[in-house]
Design a protein around this ligand. Structure first.
Ligand code: UD1
Ligand code: CA
Length: 502
């Protein structure tokens, strides 16, 4: 049910300079979706009366993502005054003037946060009636984060063992040496009252190392007004990891991947080596799937029961049928039928559909190809813009020549067809049901059902060519040895069968 007393503000206007990227920081991916999408998804679950996202840097790109995920959310453009304080100030202005409920502020670069932790923060804030409640964490390396400065006096050791009340937050770049030694960091997730924010945010100054309006300075203003501020340390500090650079991105991605894999393992999926396996958030795997080392399961890939995927396989937005085997393969937007086998060393490009029990084998590339149930393309082939019926076998090293330099053309191969090795099917062309072709055939004309297609050029052997053109070479000597061996054999022994050497 919608929480009518709750507004959520998501800060997404920062430049993300530390990523050193053309892509806005919050659109870098983590488990297959943008950093900010994790935050938006979590926010959405809280079902607040208002959700406001603040944007500025590359605003259009961000707005696309935000409005897709939160169609009812408000989007606010931050002006030229920088800082998280200014961002929240403008977001609060976008709320109805009479909204005097609670405001949950979240940094857009904190993707690991879960709904339980946030809901706990909302509840605790409302229970304690503090003016502000924020999440903190104790980090072995707190560098970069704002530090929580708690009140210290003789009375410091409280009966309940909790640390002293929060006095202020000091940013890393503004901190003294003794403040830098504080291990408790500000997570960038806060509960405030809307009315207090309206009063205090306009009072923020930009007199600090970064020349920004810091949201964190609101804490000191609240304290000076005699209000209580509470910081709730989270048990697992990774929950509040903020992503500023690519090193932090990869650490968070690894942690999230480990959590995703553990979830699938507990749901009945065998993942042999979690450290070399990557599974995106949107992928789904049924019980008794086996994932072998070195495998990436990306996008909205779906893998059915009993399938074995890997080792060394990348699947992007694929559908893998029950009991299929996909080994050392790179595939995107491919559908693999139940019991089919793919690989090793196959490259399946978009719109490849392999029927049940079919096979795409070693060094085979497919694109826009429908291969029917039980049909096989076992070796060294390219199948593009084609339909192959059922139970057909395509000979080794066959090329579906689909492109004439202007348009892509279609090849139709029927069912129960057996084509010879090293064929070229020059599209557009049709090979009828039950047809055969000889080795080395270039199929330029349609092959009627049940026919054998071949275009045999007679083979000529120019005897003695090596002796006259490559005299004294290793080849020549080898040939001469073979000749004399044949001569010896024919003088000594058994007659040679008339049909040998065919
Ligand atoms: C901020 C906090 C710091 C805290 C850390 C937690 C402040 C001043 N500092 O630092 O105490 O430990 O988060 O991760 O708040 N943003 C805007 N508009 C701006 C600037 C930033 O919307 O003008 C957004 C960014 O897109 C980002 C978030 O606010 O999502 C935090 O900004 P960032 O620059 O990463 O702040 P930190 O230096 O990490
Ligand atoms: Ca940050």
């Amino acid at each position: 049910m919608t929480d009518s007393r709750l507004a959520i503000i998501i800060l997404a206007a920062g430049q993300g300079t530390r990523m050193r990227s053309e892509t806005p920081k919050l659109l870098h991916h983590l488990a297959g979706i943008p950093i900010v999408s994790h935050v938006l998804a979590t926010a959405r679950e809280l079902d607040a009366a208002y959700t406001v996202a603040v944007v500025r840097h590359e605003r259009d790109l961000l707005v696309d993502v935000i409005t897709e995920q939160l169609p009812d959310g408000l989007v606010v453009d931050q002006d030229e005054t920088p800082g998280t304080g200014r961002a929240v100030e403008q977001a609060v202005d976008a709320l109805p003037a009479d909204f005097d409920g609670d405001v949950l502020v979240m940094n857009g670069d904190t993707p690991m946060l879960d709904v339980q932790t946030l809901a706990g923060l909302v509840d605790e804030h409302r229970r304690s009636r503090a003016a502000a409640t924020l999440l903190s964490a104790y980090l072995p390396d707190p560098s970069g984060y704002g530090r929580i400065v708690r009140h210290t006096d003789d009375d410091d050791s409280r009966a309940d063992g909790s640390a002293g009340r929060v006095d202020r937050i000091v940013e890393h770049r503004d901190a003294t040496d003794s403040e830098l030694a504080i291990a408790e960091i500000n997570a960038g997730v806060y509960m405030f009252g809307a009315s207090e924010l309206r009063d205090l945010l306009p009072q923020l100054s930009t007199h600090n190392a970064q020349g920004e309006k810091y949201l964190t300075d609101v804490i000191e203003l609240l304290r000076r007004a005699g209000s209580e501020v509470t910081a709730l340390p989270v048990a697992d500090s990774w929950l509040v990891a903020g992503i500023n650079d690519r090193a932090q991105l990869s650490e968070a991605a690894a942690k999230m991947n480990a959590l995703i894999i553990r979830g699938w393992q507990l749901a009945g999926v065998t993942v042999q080596d979690p450290l070399t396996t990557w599974i995106d958030l949107k992928a789904t795997l049924e019980p008794d799937v086996t994932v072998l080392p070195g495998t990436q399961i990306r996008g909205a890939t779906v893998i059915a029961r009993g399938a074995v995927v890997g080792p060394d396989t990348t699947l992007v937005d694929c559908e893998i049928g029950q009991g299929a085997i996909v080994k050392r393969t790179d595939a995107e937007l491919a559908v693999i039928g139940a019991g089919a086998t793919v690989g090793p060393f196959s490259y399946l490009r978009p719109n490849t559909v392999l029927g049940a029990g079919g096979k795409i084998g070693t060094f085979v590339e497919t694109k826009n190809a429908r291969i029917g149930a039980g049909s096989k393309v076992p070796h060294l082939s390219y199948v593009g813009d084609a339909h192959i019926g059922e139970k057909s076998n395509i000979g080794a090293a066959t090329i579906f020549a689909n492109y004439d330099g202007i348009v892509k053309n279609h090849t139709e191969v029927g069912s129960h067809v057996r084509t010879g090795s090293h064929n070229v099917f020059v599209a557009p062309v049709t090979i009828g049901d039950g047809a055969y072709s000889g080795a080395g055939t270039v199929v330029r004309k349609n092959v009627p059902p049940g026919s054998l297609a071949m275009n045999v050029a007679p083979q000529r052997n120019l005897e003695g060519w090596v002796a006259s053109h490559r005299e004294g070479s290793a080849a020549d000597l080898a040939a001469k040895r073979a000749e004399s061996a044949t001569a010896d054999n024919s003088t000594t022994a058994e007659p040679v069968a008339p049909d040998s050497g065919e």
